[in-house]
Design a protein around this ligand. Sequence first.
Ligand SMILES: Nc1ncnc2c1ncn2[C@@H]1O[C@H](COP(=O)(O)OP(=O)(O)O)[C@@H](O)[C@H]1O
Ligand SMILES: [Mg+2]
Length: 250
Amino acid sequence: MGKVIAVSGKGGVGKTLVSALLIKYLIESGKNRILAIDADPDSNLAESLGVEFKKTIGDLREEITELKNLAGLEKKKYLDAKAFEITVETEKFDLIVMGRPEGQGCYCAINHMLRDIIDQTTKSYDYTVIDAEAGLEHLSRRTTQNVDIMLVVTDASKKGLQTAKRINELAGELDIKFDKIYLILNRVKKESREKMLEEAKTTGIEIIGEIPDDGEVLNYDLNGIPLINLPKESNVCKEIEIIGGKIINE
Ligand SMILES: Nc1ncnc2c1ncn2[C@@H]1O[C@H](COP(=O)(O)OP(=O)(O)O)[C@@H](O)[C@H]1O
Ligand SMILES: [Mg+2]
């Protein structure tokens, strides 16, 4: 069984940065069979990884929902035949983009089938990295797969830390189970580090790493350069290397 790593936290705290750089780390550590899942409806993991995608799970859901005349079994066959369309294959890793979440209507049967497809797909990879939605409540509706390692990212903001705390509390209540849960402090600044560490204690989650605030990240963003291209020697990548090392050696 492969290792499933999910990255969660409030919007804007650095989930996509952590997910993209973790994938970079796995590739550089010589790992094969890596799957990236963009489960945030904002869908910018692909961009950070420098790949393009055509179709999302959300698109496939719409497509099948519109085929009203198909019986359940035919829908299942249709989905199985289309499953390959939603996996973007690159030389080093594959990517699935979840896209829009389900709408108001009840698509339970279809969602169930889609979950099966994702679970089935995930099984053939050694590492799956899920860039999760800001709210964690949806995660269990997206896949049934248990998560081996939940990485909760926070910046120094009150809201970021509160979300982290809530995720830890929710962990016991969700259908989905995590074996391990760790906190990543992001955008750490020298002058406020001590205070951030103090505040982080209130989340009750063990800290696995501290990523510095780095102007280079912003530069990449502004110029539309995929974060996966950040140099290995950059401060951010060096810290991800430490975090990644702990994760693969778990
Ligand atoms: N360590 C960091 N140093 C500097 N900027 C960062 C850092 N981490 C994230 N950012 C910036 O913060 C913004 C949000 O990061 P992102 O990874 O997209 O967050 P999320 O996926 O949680 O919404 C981005 O513009 C990103 O460039
Ligand atoms: Mg994001």
